[in-house]
Design a protein around this ligand. Structure first.
Ligand SMILES: Nc1ncnc2c1ncn2[C@@H]1O[C@H](COP(=O)(O)OP(=O)(O)OP(=O)(O)O)[C@@H](O)[C@H]1O
Ligand SMILES: N[C@@H](CCO)C(=O)O
Length: 303
């Protein structure tokens, strides 16, 4: 183990739930935050650049720094004083796992600064405990599309094959929706019929993603556990759904807790789906950024 004086970590954005996989599945996307930690003589300094940089806390309440401190609590050491430089590429509170990038970034950076005293699976468990659910932090750390399950103690993480012809299109509006607000509207109990519906649809989704079978994906992207309750928080949800499907998407879902909307389509239709989703939001007077992305397969990287 050799202690280092500075480390830079990049962490990908993630899209969680994918419709029926509420709180258990997510995929890493080629869109990144970069975090640089440098040991310094005294004090904490945090500098943020990129879109909406002024919205990120620059004191000890910063989530990235809190994750950094959490690591040192875990190894029972006092955190070093550091300068932190944040380059934002992942929009905040939009359903693209910005909080997961911060949690994973802080933990990975601290582990690397100390010469990796703990394993990647320990980092993952700390990250899941901090975020409260695994579906963003696991793909943010490991890359790819990942399913996470636990029966109480450890987590089982499964790599979900994603067919190269299945294209994620993300539509990011210019308004925020905090995860805590989007979780508040969910019921604490669901009916047996809804539980069965989602179990079947998640199984179909896994096979649809693996094979690229469009017929399966069209059915699989439906959900009854969270989207029916959340869609009212996202103006234009129904219009974008109709527009995306009319333009050739298999279906459209809420990315994470929203408000970003995610359509899955094939390479032939991705540009038309992008244009249709953008136009549907513009008609509602909402500015948005819409783009096709590919999956990140590497997760958090440090150098
Ligand atoms: N780069 C960052 N550095 C520090 N804190 C961050 C950073 N990115 C996000 N955060 C914190 O996370 C909050 C957003 O978390 P929230 O869970 O509401 O949204 P999200 O993670 O973007 O969406 P979702 O969990 O639905 O994918 C921000 O308001 C900020 O407090
Ligand atoms: N599974 C989480 C993802 C957002 O953090 C949710 O939908 O609330």
């Amino acid at each position: 183990m050799s202690v280092v004086s500075a480390i830079t970590v990049t962490v990908p954005a993630t899209t969680a739930n994918l419709g029926p996989g509420f709180d258990c599945i997510g995929a890493a996307l080629k869109l990144y935050n970069e975090f640089k930690f440098t040991r310094q003589e005294s004090g904490l300094s945090i500098h943020v650049t990129g879109t909406e940089a002024e919205r990120v806390q620059t004191d000890e309440s910063n989530l990235l720094y809190q994750a950094f401190v959490k690591f040192y609590q875990y190894i029972k050491q006092t955190p070093p004083t550091v300068k932190i430089e944040i380059k934002l590429g992942v929009p905040l509170a939009r359903g693209l796992g910005s909080s997961a990038t911060a949690i994973v970034g802080g933990l990975v950076a601290a582990n690397q600064l100390e010469g990796t005293p703990i394993s990647q699976s320990h980092v993952m468990e700390l990250a899941i405990a901090m975020e409260g659910h695994p579906d963003n932090v696991v793909p943010a750390l490991l890359g790819g599309c990942r399913l996470a399950a636990t029966s109480g103690a450890a987590w089982e993480i499964c790599d979900v094959p994603w067919h190269q012809d299945v294209v994620p299109v993300i539509a990011i509006p210019n308004f925020e929706l905090s995860t805590s607000e989007a979780r508040r509207v969910l019921p604490t109990e669901v009916s047996r019929a809804d539980a069965i519906f989602n179990t079947a649809h998640l199984g179909l989704l896994l096979r649809g993603l693996e094979t690229g079978n469009g017929q399966w994906l069209k059915t699989a992207l439906q959900d009854r556990l969270h989207q029916p309750y959340r869609k009212a928080l996202i103006p234009g949800y129904d219009a974008l759904n109709i527009a995306a499907v009319s333009a050739g998407a298999y279906g459209m879902v809420i990315s994470g807790a929203g408000p970003t909307l995610l359509a899955l389509t094939d390479k032939l239709h991705s540009e038309a789906v992008e244009a249709a989703m953008l136009a549907a939001w513009q008609e509602k007077g909402i500015t948005a950024e819409v783009r096709s992305l590919s999956l990140d397969t590497q997760g958090a990287k440090s150098f």
